[in-house]
Ligand binder design. Sequence first.
Ligand SMILES: *Cc1c(COP(=O)(O)O)cnc(C)c1O
Length: 469
Amino acid sequence: MNGKHLPPLKRSLGVDPRGARPFVHDPAGLARLRRLPSVNSLLDRDEGARLVAVHARAPVVEALRRHLEILRRDAAPFDAETFFAGVEASLTRPGLRRVVNATGIVIHTNLGRAPLAEEALAAVAEVAAGACDLEYDLDAGRRGGRGAALLDLVADMAGGEAALVVNNNAAAVLLAVAAMAGGGGEAVVSRGELVEIGGSFRIPDIIAQGGARLVEVGTTNKTRVADYARAMGERTRLLLKVHQSNYRIVGFTAAPDRADLAALGAEAGVPVVEDLGSGTLLDLRHFGLPHEPTVGECLEAGMDLVTFSGDKLLGGPQAGIIVGRRDLVERLRTHPLTRAVRCDKMTLAALDATLRLYRDPARAVARVPVLRALAAPLAAVEARAEALRQVLGAGQVVSTEAFVGGGAMPEAALPSAAVAMPGLDAAALRRASVPVIGRVSGGCLLLDARTMSEADFPAVAAAVEAASC
Ligand SMILES: *Cc1c(COP(=O)(O)O)cnc(C)c1O
């Protein structure tokens, strides 16, 4: 609780803030204030002693102070039962809480992006609970490459010679820039692709952080291969293509063909790297979505390296995946920055299990939650919305549009269905013990069924009930 947000205490204590003349502007509030118990007296009560036994003294004292301060600020009456329930809830609440994503945005960056497949969760639990062969070669009985088997699988699934996995895609791009063009080399980027993702990832800043010099080519709407060719010189170390993840330039536009850009780089001996952003291994047209180049297609077109996220369309853990030419992957792997952006065994285990599902695309669609949410036919989503309406015993099923999210395909909507809950307060749903995050449209709260599963319904029902009383 931040003291700055409290109204001046003087005022409720009855001192006129404009002068010295005392006055009582709220006698009832003042009387309630006097009746607030002390921290020590609360600790002496059975409830206080029980909390100390469970949570230790210092955090309990701190929580009691904080909750007393709230009562004082609001001049609210003290009720022991509610008070201790609030204190206990604040002591047991984890720093990261489960919420229900009822927004209709499948990959919601604010809500933790991709939920993991059960297979991935099981793999995480297994390696996290004990020891694993993270950097150990079981055949040779000595130190081995970190996640070597997984990296072979990644390369294989993505269609590249070799692969590297780092903390996230931002780190992958930074590493690629630093390893290729760090130390003052030039990185050439189209003016139409100087993107900003999520407020803090901006291509010009990443290039500067990587120690390279940005050379912009073309214009906002049109860039041709000849623009790249003209800009290339002695110090050119990298041609970087960046996916326009979260925006589109429409109308009079041009961008070079991947194959032509790749040929230009190959001729000059300059690596061509594509930051694909979301990055998918499957053709999204199967889901009724517009075509997005897959990682394999980009490599086939001649990109030397492709980088993409693990927790966007892939539906795995947060990770930055780099695939492509073996010699370049090796250059990245041995760069000093790699140690600082590496990921842990839990991430690698989750990624491994997720990728294994992709060996059979039908199985991936059935088991990876992101793909399942995208692939669900409208009729199934409508049936789920109707089932939720019945569980809630309130609301009305309406047609909505869901979105892929995660900065992917900003204009591609998926037909969806939601339970509309007129009169229900979105903020009250967020205060539930399992908060439910809906979407407000036309003043009405919508609970979108495309991003929920039946397993979420009890939590939604509890939140709606708590919000309604
Ligand atoms: C999302 C995105 C990133 C950042 O990826 P993270 O995995 O969130 O670090 C970088 N580039 C593009 C084009 C993206 O869409």
